[in-house]
Design a protein around this ligand. Structure first.
Ligand SMILES: [Zn+2]
Length: 109
């Protein structure tokens, strides 16, 4: 059988740069606001979510959308585009993923 996978390499037709960055409510898809540094709230439907759970949800989404991109603290910080400390993101990633790579080029798997 011939391999025809190249035919579909143009799909899906979104690019990282085009997608809206931010943390979105899992219920209604509106942008979350931070009410204190560890709690997020949706101003539309009132849903609360802990930052750790929201970070994980957005990291999984990032993995799904961009399997070729490495997961880094800076990358997820940019993807979430919200006023969370990088160390909060870093702590969450460390807790839930495995850190690999050399010191100058680390990422999570
Ligand atoms: Zn909502």
């Amino acid at each position: 059988m011939h391999q025809t996978k190249n035919r579909f390499q143009k799909l899906p037709d979104y690019r990282y740069e085009q997608l809206r960055k931010g943390m979105f409510c899992g219920e209604c898809g509106c942008l979350f606001s931070i009410i204190d540094h560890l709690d997020l709230v949706c101003r539309n439907c009132g849903k609360h979510e802990k930052s750790e759970s929201a970070i994980l949800r957005h990291t999984e989404e990032f993995k799904l959308l961009f399997p070729e991109r490495k997961i880094t603290t800076s990358g997820i910080h940019e993807w979430c585009n919200i006023d969370l400390a990088k160390r909060t993101i870093s702590r969450t990633l460390k807790k839930n993923y495995r850190l690999v790579g050399s010191t100058s080029n680390t990422y999570f798997i």
